[in-house]
Design a protein around this ligand. Structure first.
Ligand code: KG4
Ligand code: ZN
Length: 346
């Protein structure tokens, strides 16, 4: 497989990612994470993340070039996350990409982080079926998308009306005294009975079908877990961590999978793809595999290491944009912390 040689830079949150692809072929994917620096604050501190991006950018870029055995002058283009994400963090990646584009006289492509989470699957499983439904579940976003063409056409079917799924994991972890980020920790701790506690499934009532069929709500679930734990602690009883984690995780995954399958059926789209950090979740992957198989829906799941933020997802999206004839971005584009998913190229 050939295609353009594209460098991708990702810096929207706490991971500095630099990836290199040729077409759909992954050549390098180097990630430097500042997650350790945020643990004691229980969440990402934007200023700390920005500083860490500044320090990590050049070494990560050098590692990626060495891993791919690519010299910067060989590149056909430079893709970079233009949004959504933390403003100060985005600016570091964008300024780095602009500097490289200017100095090397290469085209710049400012692209959408959320579309990148969908595009990354191309690296493992080849061209996306058209159309397909994508369930995007990360720390900042939770949405159901209809993807007709990853480079040009994504529409949102629904999204969270309050917390993102990953945010719910991170907040519940804090309630349970577990470290940040909560997703992987709860995933591992959820060894108990998923039916032990009947936590609420947001926006799944008959009355929600009309207005919120493909929307999500996780803040009520987070509050329910907090209340349940508080009551046990007040009564001097031990909190059964494995059962609480399993029951919480089941509530999240039940809703995500039910709505994703429903979106496929409702739009008569037989392909479902998942992306974003929460897509690394073991229960989500198992339950989705069961429920999609029951309806004859093809399921595409990128390997967990490609689900969390990385530069390869931005590089492969850039490569798709180039192959679709997308025009390069102006060198004065700004970062957009709330870039809508429908704006794939800025
Ligand atoms: O996509 P991502 O790396 O960054 C954002 O764009 O937000 O997602 C990070 C989120 C965090 O909330 C983290 O707790 C969650 O993904 N996460 C998981 C798992 N691994 C990461 N959530 C559930 N289960 C996991 N195994
Ligand atoms: Zn992300």
């Amino acid at each position: 497989m050939t295609g353009p040689l594209i460098l991708g830079i990702e810096s929207s949150c706490d991971e500095t990612g630099v990836g290199i692809v040729r077409g759909h072929e992954l050549l390098a994917n180097e990630v430097a994470s500042s997650v350790e620096e945020h643990v004691r604050f229980g969440g990402v501190v934007p200023e700390v993340a920005s500083r860490a991006h500044l320090e990590a950018m050049v070494p990560t870029l050098e590692r990626a070039c060495a891993a791919a055995d690519v010299d910067l002058v060989e590149l056909d283009g430079i893709a970079v996350t233009a949004g959504p994400g933390l403003m100060g963090a985005l600016v570091v990646g964008l300024a780095s990409a602009k500097a490289l584009a200017l100095a090397l006289d290469k085209p710049l492509y400012g692209v959408n982080h959320l579309a990148g989470h969908v595009a990354v699957d191309l690296l493992e499983h080849g061209p996306l079926p058209s159309p397909c439904v994508a369930l995007l579940v990360s720390g900042g976003h939770t949405s159901l998308l209809r993807v007709t063409d990853i480079a040009t056409s994504i529409t949102e079917l629904g999204s969270t009306i309050d917390d993102a799924a990953g945010e719910a994991y991170d907040k519940v972890a804090r309630v349970l005294g577990l470290p940040y980020p909560g997703g992987p920790v709860i995933d591992r701790a959820a060894t108990g009975d998923p039916r032990a506690i009947a936590f609420p499934r947001g926006l799944t009532g008959a009355g929600d079908l009309e207005q919120h069929r493909f929307d999500f709500s996780f803040s009520g679930l987070k509050t329910a877990v907090a209340r349940w734990v508080e009551t046990r602690e007040r009564d001097g009883e031990e909190v059964p961590l494995a059962d609480v984690a399993a029951s919480f995780q089941e509530a999240v995954c039940d809703v995500l999978t039910a709505k994703a399958v429903e979106a496929c059926l409702h739009t008569e789209t037989p392909s479902l793809l998942i992306g974003g950090g929460v897509a690394a979740n073991s229960r989500l992957r198992t339950l989705l595999a069961e429920r999609t198989a029951a309806h004859g829906i093809e399921l595409r799941t990128p390997r967990p290491g490609l689900c969390t933020d990385n530069g390869a997802m931005i590089a492969v999206l850039g490569s798709e944009v180039v192959m679709a004839g997308g025009r390069p971005s102006a060198l004065d584009i700004g970062a957009d912390s709330s870039l809508p998913v429908s704006r794939i190229l800025v």
